[in-house]
Write a protein of this length. Structure first.
Lengths: 188, 84, 376
């Protein structure tokens, strides 16, 4: 059985924590909103700007989670697992990279290529928070919270983790959604 | 040479997504990598692409990049030499 | 947690330029064949590249299907036929598919929708009549190993009785130009752990392993799967940790959970991509873990780096090594030379193989380790 310690969502240009809206932008492109949210959260982490859109989205969701649930820092650096999922893998960035390669004068951008894997967002989050624990990225047909919980629960049941940051994080052609939860076993 | 340095600063800021910086923030002599501007190995590879795309200079071995990209000055000097 | 203490792996298949079955691949490697060949004009601007590519794709499926689906289907079928499993209607059989780029050729042709990994998995499930739990693991180069570890965990937590773990990736202009942009491709066929190594050779292929709580499903003896673990370096998204921290922790967790002492490991199937940084990092992690003297190889000199398929292809080769009481030499290396010394196999070695450690590392700072034990 699982217990949700906190729920963070970033969708429709808004950050919502446990159902309560914390920040909202008026409009504009998603990445402009991400920049505003980054500033709102006072991240002070210039590496943010190098990330692709999906990594920025996932990064911000976990930043918000950690800020609103500082108790997460009580877990040892081996104890927090990252179980992420999405539908689009890294296709948004893949298409951007491929555009350069397929151009009349081909250009292969290393800064884009390193983001053409969906699990890179986990790397960014692990680096930021110094988390060395279990990490897995699963790709599914649609947002399926039940499946995400099952994968999180497996790590808790086997004792491989004491806390799981479980997140659906998808960015594709301007459409995006991040739903991030901190999960532990009930009765801990 | 001064125009080139200014141009390089703008290009680096744009290509490496350094959104919080302006050219005035980059000192000509300051190390670009490590503690200086904090660029990393991927940034170095992007700069190699920039050299080829914008300045038509090809660097075959990324190891050469360390000296060339040490600072704005070293980069500007390198480009000036190569385009003589 | 289920009561059955033992989980098995077996019924392995490999499809690569070296052959369409695990046995054929092993025999080819034993004869020092490699799938890696030279491709003039393979690069972004016409450079010569080295890669392991399947030139003659035998068509397993009628109709127009992507190369990767052909590989996956053929691999899964050949594997399942080595068991007495019937997929149709059996909800206790799970499927885990590991891949980094899936049908990337669809993206190259402008078809983003088909390029979705879930789409490919569904096509495969439909073709093999599988309707149980299906998951796609896309975790860079540890995908295959992580998929196997997940399979073990699914069974031990009673979410499945049997898991088909299948992995595949193809060599494409997408990945080739990408690795080129990182200056990560070698100037020759890859030379893992070699003093003069210069980078990766990409490879393509598919492999399948069946993980099960029930020994009796296998037509040929399976081996004991003692589980595994993943860890993150928390250091850099594309460069490995200079201290091998993530890999070291993955190994430690794996050994500790299985209650296995370092001294009884008699072979390591390492990641060994042939880049300066990766192989150095592994040598450091293995030394930290007390594995400096343990015989090891990388299979990438035979198969190239098969990305999402690597963990499954290379673990299948571990099973073949156990079946044949033979450890394969680390092909491609001229002279060992890593940051710390490791015991690289320079010749094929006839020896009983009892406890095998498989490791993998990937972009995003991820690392995986798993243990296989002989049942003899």
């Amino acid at each position: 059985m699982l217990q949700t310690l906190i729920n963070c969502q970033i969708a429709n240009h808004a950050l919502t924590i446990n159902g309560k809206q914390q920040f909202v932008a008026d409009g504009g492109e998603p990445e402009a909103f991400f920049k505003q949210l980054y500033q709102h959260l006072n991240c002070e982490y210039p590496k943010f700007y190098k990330m692709d859109a999906q990594s920025k989205l996932g990064f911000l969701a976990v930043e918000a989670l950690v800020q609103h649930y500082p108790g997460i820092k009580k877990f040892s650096d081996d104890d927090v697992a990252l179980v992420f999922s999405n539908r689009s893998s890294s296709l948004d960035t893949d298409a951007r990279f491929w555009k350069g390669v397929a151009a009349a004068e081909p250009v292969a951008s290393p800064a884009l290529f390193v983001y053409t894997l969906p699990n890179i967002v986990q790397g960014e989050i692990a680096i930021r928070n110094k988390w060395y624990g279990e990490n897995i990225f699963l790709v599914g047909e649609e947002y399926n919270p039940k499946q995400l919980y099952q994968n999180a629960e497996i790590l808790l049941q086997t004792g491989k983790a004491n806390a799981v940051v479980a997140m659906w994080v998808d960015f594709m052609e301007g459409q995006y959604q991040a739903v991030c939860e901190l999960l532990i076993s009930k009765g801990e | 040479m001064e125009n080139l340095k200014e141009q390089l600063k703008q290009q680096i800021i744009q290509i490496l997504n350094m959104e919080d910086l302006t050219p005035a923030d980059i000192n000509d002599e300051a190390p670009l990598f490590g503690d200086g501007l904090g660029l990393d190995s991927i940034d170095a590879l992007e700069l190699i692409v920039m050299l080829e795309q914008q300045y038509k200079i090809k660097i075959a071995n990324p190891e050469e990049g360390k000296e060339i990209f040490h600072s704005i000055n070293s980069l500007a000097n390198f480009i000036t030499e190569k385009t003589k | 947690m289920r009561n059955t203490p033992e989980i098995y792996m077996g019924a392995e298949n490999i499809i690569s330029p070296l052959g369409p079955t695990a046995a054929a691949n092993f025999a080819a490697c034993l004869n020092n064949h490699t799938g890696i060949a030279e491709y003039p004009n393979g690069g972004l601007n016409g450079e010569t590249l080295f890669a392991s590519r399947i030139s003659q794709m035998s068509v397993a499926l009628k109709g127009k299907h992507s190369r990767i689906l052909q590989l996956l289907y053929a691999s899964v079928i050949e594997s399942v036929l080595q068991t007495n499993l019937t997929l149709q209607g059996n909800q206790r059989i799970a499927l885990i598919f590991s891949t980094t780029k899936g049908d990337i050729e669809a993206l190259e042709q402008g078809d983003n929708e088909t390029a979705h990994l879930g789409n490919l998995q569904q096509q495969l499930s439909d073709l093999i009549n599988h309707s149980g739990l299906a998951q796609v693991v896309s975790n860079a180069c540890i995908s295959g190993s992580a998929a196997l570890v997940l399979a073990h965990d699914l069974i031990s937590t009673n979410h499945a009785d049997h898991v088909i773990v299948t992995g595949a990736d193809v060599v494409s202009r997408f990945t080739t130009t990408g690795f080129q942009s990182l200056h990560a491709l070698g100037s020759s066929a890859c030379r893992p752990f070699c003093k003069t190594r210069s980078g990766v050779s990409l490879g393509e292929g598919a492999a399948t392993i069946i993980v099960s709580a029930d020994k009796r499903i296998y037509k040929t003896a399976p081996y004991l799967f003692l589980g595994g673990a993943t860890s993150n370096d928390a250091n850099h998204i594309s460069g490995p940790s200079r201290t091998g921290e993530g890999l070291y922790r993955a190994i430690q967790k794996t050994l500790h959970r299985a209650n296995v002492a370092v001294s009884i490991i008699d072979f390591i199937s390492a990641h060994g991509t042939g880049t300066l940084y990766n192989d150095d990092m592994e040598s450091i992690a293995f030394n930290r873990a007390g594995l400096a003297a343990t015989p090891l190889n990388s299979m990438k000199g035979y198969f190239g780096h098969t990305l999402g398929a690597a963990g499954v292809i290379e673990t299948a080769m571990c099973l073949q090594s156990m079946r044949n009481n033979t450890l394969l030499k680390n092909i491609g290396m001229v002279e060992p030379g890593t940051a710390q010394p490791v015991n690289v196999l320079t010749q094929h070695l006839q020896t009983p193989v009892n406890m095998v450690l498989k490791t993998a590392s990937g972009f995003g700072g991820c690392n995986a380790a798993l243990l296989i034990k002989n049942t003899n």
